[in-house]
Design a protein around this ligand. Sequence first.
Ligand SMILES: Nc1ncnc2c1ncn2[C@@H]1O[C@H](COP(=O)(O)OP(=O)(O)OP(=O)(O)O)[C@@H](O)[C@H]1O
Ligand SMILES: [Mg+2]
Length: 460
Amino acid sequence: MSRILVVDDEESMRELLEIALGKDGYRITGAASGAQATELIDKGSFDLVISDIKMPDMSGVEVLRYVKQTDPGIPVIMVTAYASAETAVEALRLGAYDYLTKPFKIDELKANIRNALEKRRLKEEVVHLKRELKHKHGLDNMLGRSSKMLELFEHIRAVAVTNSTVLVTGESGTGKELVARAIHVGSPRVSEQFVSINCGAVPETLLESELFGHLKGSFTGATTNHKGLFEVAHRGTVFLDEIAEMSTTMQVKLLRVLQEKRIRRIGATEEREVDVRIIAATNKDLEQGVQDKTFREDLFYRLNVIPIHLSPLRDRRDDIPLLAEHFLVKARESMGKNITKIADEAMEILIHYDWPGNVRELENVIERAVALEVTGVILPERIPDKMREFSDASEIDDGSADDEVFPEEGVDFTERIASVEKQLLSSAMRQAGGVQTKAAKMLQMNLRSFRYLLQKYNLR
Ligand SMILES: Nc1ncnc2c1ncn2[C@@H]1O[C@H](COP(=O)(O)OP(=O)(O)OP(=O)(O)O)[C@@H](O)[C@H]1O
Ligand SMILES: [Mg+2]
């Protein structure tokens, strides 16, 4: 039952609304003045406020302001006998939900109330779902539900609170930068800077100055003193992306800084102490680099204190539907399109493709599909042709399921079985339109076992 606060100095008006809205099941509380209203707002929890504008002690606009300060989510509908464009504009600007002129039709007010409450409910639901999604399937901005990712989240949580240097490896687009940010966000350094530099993108001659700073006049073009990123990130985190691209000369300089925890700006004589946490990332094989003598062994060991490896997306296909839905929501919001889902057939293609560009490629494919889609559902036609071939090929593979091709490291039996279970459960739920009894029946299962499995796999 929604609780509505009616603020009006006229008793007849309060009574009228109490009777008319009470009939619809709303619980009405009346306030005869602005002062009384603010008192009630402090005490009670209201779902909506209806306020007159002209009152002797305090104007309705002030009541509105008060509500918005207390809880900006509560919708406020303003009513007034003296329609003035300025007050209306002012009220809407301050966040009033709507503005009605007396005498108004009670049905008009009721429709307004219904819409306002519905909008509020949806907003709360979205906030709730987002929080739940994040909690269940993610860390900071990273999503994942595969056992690989869930383990990774645990690992990141544990590593984040330490001060150790981390080396993040993984193919391009697997989320290395997200890992670095998640570590910073989960660390006691969160209130300080996270600075990121792509060692491959900065010309070698500038990298030293970028990292450690320089003094005015220390080289041609150094027209002012310049603070390096290590100083900017003091007490925070420095993210050295594409570390394999760093020249061997810079590697030596970096190693020195890591050992001594002091930096010297180019051209300066004195050194400064810096307290930074280092996270480095690469999509190259650094150990190979050490063997090939392109990467210094001593620096490698300095960086590789805590290695974190991100699996390619094709090795954690369970994450694909979750990520695809997430990117769908993101793209449709930014493009203002009303696309509700990805058709099962399209999702099949996504699940089977081998994703050389990993999560970034998936994001791009979804964004493109959302841009091209004219119906309310992402159809298989919107997925690039080249991706379909994988799905055909895998169907042929499925035909000879006996011939499992085992990768070198083997196959995680439990995970494989779990993913089949999950797949069946979600398909059944989807096809049953979310009706659990129906879905359970489709799997010849009793409702209790079915619910148990839903819970086990965090499926709704
Ligand atoms: N688990 C995830 N959940 C949500 N988004 C993700 C996830 N992993 C990656 N992304 C998104 O994919 C894109 C690529 O991620 P990121 O830049 O972290 O990858 P990377 O490993 O640093 O790639 P590169 O080696 O090319 O620099 C980003 O837009 C990122 O937000
Ligand atoms: Mg990156």
